[in-house]
Design a protein around this ligand. Structure first.
Ligand code: LMR
Length: 329
């Protein structure tokens, strides 16, 4: 009798583990480099919440903020290797995969975030989501952060000549490199996770970023002046492994698509508010001075950075630049 019980017991255990296997959810990892309290951080959390709601027991989403899992240097390769399923790099970080997305780095291309949004929703903008599928990366959505501000460890920061000779941390983008060279400054490509320390120790003198990134990374505590330049945009493309995505069960893929569409709307609605909140917090913290600029000052920055466009026009494509410009109207 005890033998029968043992046999029964082990076959029960077997069938339990088989059903547990059949039901074990797909683990989907979403890695990014910024804090939770930013537009991208909030978008990722919302995506997890919605994906698990629409696909109960089928999908588990794990979000890793702050470069905890992968930083700038590794995250794209990690997607291609299947070590992570979703990332949302800044649009400045794709130039190894496509030259077209460099469009977004052209200084003073867009008048405001509404224009950025109009372009991203246009046929040309949507087309760029598929510009890296031949390299294995599928773009699922654009997420907003906001316009960039320039900061340095100097007291005066109103005109382009104020940054001559200074060292700036830049994202891994050749356009941004050219932008700072055009200002006779020295750009240095550094991962986002290394910026605070580089500013603190004086490895670099300055950087460019959105209010929400400046505040959540405490850059304002190690900079003297932040000029309200709005000279470019930091937005994101959520990308996944194209093969993995195509290989998903159709119901899982469409559940994730729905979650992504709603998380996108959530993050994009929040972005302006979070940046405005953090701009005020930076002013209140009273560490770095926030330098407002006159129209003439802004015109001087625009003029100084203008030659950068010509350098990248043929890589990006003049038609694409034209359609981006159209979204300003
Ligand atoms: C940066 O590297 O400066 C930012 O683009 C980081 C981010 O993802 O917002």
């Amino acid at each position: 009798a005890s033998r029968i019980l043992t046999i029964l017991g082990s076959s029960l255990a077997l069938s339990f583990s088989a059903s547990a296997l059949a039901q074990s959810p797909i683990v989907v990892k979403f890695s990014h480099v910024v804090a939770d309290a930013t537009p991208k951080g909030q978008g990722a959390i919302k995506f997890k919440e919605l994906a698990e709601k629409y696909l109960p027991g089928k999908v588990q989403v794990q979000v890793f903020p702050n470069s905890q899992l992968f930083g700038d240097a590794k995250e794209m390769e990690a997607v291609l290797l299947g070590d992570v399923q979703f990332i949302a790099p800044s649009l400045s970080k794709f130039d190894r995969y496509t030259k077209k997305v460099q469009l977004f780095d052209l200084p003073f291309l867009f008048d405001d975030m509404a224009a950025v949004d109009r372009f991203q929703q246009s046929a040309e903008g949507k087309g760029l989501l598929d510009s890296m599928t031949n390299r294995g990366l599928k773009g699922l959505a654009y997420w907003h952060n906001g316009l960039k501000q320039l900061s340095t460890n100097k007291d005066k920061l109103t005109r382009p000549e104020d940054v001559k000779g200074l060292k700036f941390r830049i994202q891994a983008s050749d356009v941004l490199e050219a932008q700072f060279r055009q200002l006779d400054a020295n750009p240095q490509k550094l991962a986002f996770s290394e910026v605070y320390q580089a500013l603190q120790t004086g490895v670099v003198d300055g950087q460019e970023n959105t209010w929400s990134n400046i505040y959540s990374q405490k850059f304002h505590e190690v900079q003297k002046t932040i000029a309200n330049t709005n000279h470019g945009v930091i937005d994101y493309m959520v990308v996944t492994n194209a093969k993995w995505w195509e290989g998903l069960q159709p119901d899982v893929r469409s559940g994730l698509e729905k979650a992504m569409a709603e998380a996108t709307a959530h993050a994009n609605n929040l972005a302006a508010e979070l940046n405005e909140r953090d701009r005020k917090r930076i002013i209140e913290a009273n560490k770095a001075k926030v330098q407002t600029l006159t129209k003439e000052d802004v015109a001087a920055w625009r003029k100084a950075m203008e030659p950068v466009w010509k350098k990248f026009e043929s890589d990006i494509g003049p038609e694409l630049i034209q359609s981006a410009l159209k979204s300003n109207q």
